[in-house]
Design a protein around this ligand. Structure first.
Ligand SMILES: [Zn+2]
Length: 288
């Protein structure tokens, strides 16, 4: 599943090719690719044709195109979705699901998705807290890389939650874009176990873990995004390579890069958490 840095790699990749271009035709080659667009494929293509792409934006792991008519196209990458920009003469990919042609007859936008968990849909744009977002993204909090992300305020709200800190980090309504991988990396950087009660953290610890999340994602972005799945490639078809520099995630039994203790894997929220048993001790049981 792509995380924020991977989605940002895709966003910046397609942005440079699509801004200001007018949609001439849309072909839906697999109905599942537009299943989230409830009025159906014909409505989707009909409303898209003739609009101009004004911006390509992201919040957390959500990616969308602002259109000139006040709607947005949301791109759900799912497990294996790719947005490719390809010259029209390049043969279709085997799992091509949606093709967008432009009035300038230049490179096409192609949505390719082997497992068909992803898809495209249309939503209206609305203003929330001073920022214009699709209605379907209105409940999603700003992510740590958003220029308007308020670390102090988010840390304060994080400390008001009576649950484990990792659970809060993964809850997209407080801070978005932190998935399992980057939560583990951020917690390792600030030496906190994910099951530490959020309401027992100091203000400095709460700010620290949020800042660490932003830093680890910025590092991943510089490396082109993490890649755990051969299917995930950026807009030019290149895989990211940040996975080589992960400090915690996926390193069960390998030595901690800080203290040398073998990292452990634990089950958490039906997923795996990786941490250093020495640098990130588990909390004591909460007293009643
Ligand atoms: Zn350690």
């Amino acid at each position: 599943m792509p995380e924020l840095p991977e989605v940002e790699v895709v966003r910046s990749g397609v942005e440079q090719h699509l801004i200001g271009r007018t949609v001439a035709a849309v072909e839906v080659l697999h109905p599942r690719a537009v299943r989230r667009h409830v009025p159906g494929a014909a409505d989707f293509t009909g409303r898209l044709v003739g609009t101009k792409i004004m911006a390509v934006r992201r919040r957390g792991k959500y990616l969308w195109f602002d259109l000139s008519d006040g709607d947005a196209v949301l791109a759900h990458l799912g497990m294996s979705g790719q947005l490719l920009v390809q010259p029209p003469e390049v043969p279709d990919e085997r799992h091509l699901r949606v093709r967008v042609r432009f009035a300038d007859a230049g490179p096409e936008l192609r949505f390719v998705d082997q497992r068909t968990f992803g898809g495209l849909s249309l939503a209206e744009l609305v203003e929330v807290d001073g920022t214009v977002v699709p209605t379907t993204v209105a409940h999603i909090a700003r992510d740590p890389m958003d220029p308007l992300f308020d670390v102090a305020d988010t840390a304060r709200r994080l400390r008001s939650r009576r649950t484990e800190v990792k659970r809060v980090l993964l809850d997209q309504t407080l801070v978005s874009g932190i998935g399992n991988i980057y939560a583990d990396e951020a917690l390792w950087r600030v030496k906190l176990h994910g099951t530490r009660p959020a309401d027992r953290l100091t203000a400095a610890q709460a700010r620290g873990v949020l800042t660490a999340a932003a830093e680890v994602m910025a590092d991943a972005l510089r490396a082109g995004g993490t890649s755990f799945d051969a299917l995930y490639v950026n807009v030019n078809g290149e895989s990211g390579y940040f996975s080589r520099s992960l400090d915690a995630y996926g390193r069960e039994g390998e030595p901690c890069r800080r203290c040398g203790a073998p990292l452990v894997r634990e089950s958490f929220m039906n997923r795996s958490s990786f941490s250093c048993p020495s640098c990130q001790p588990k909390p004591r049981a909460r007293r009643r």
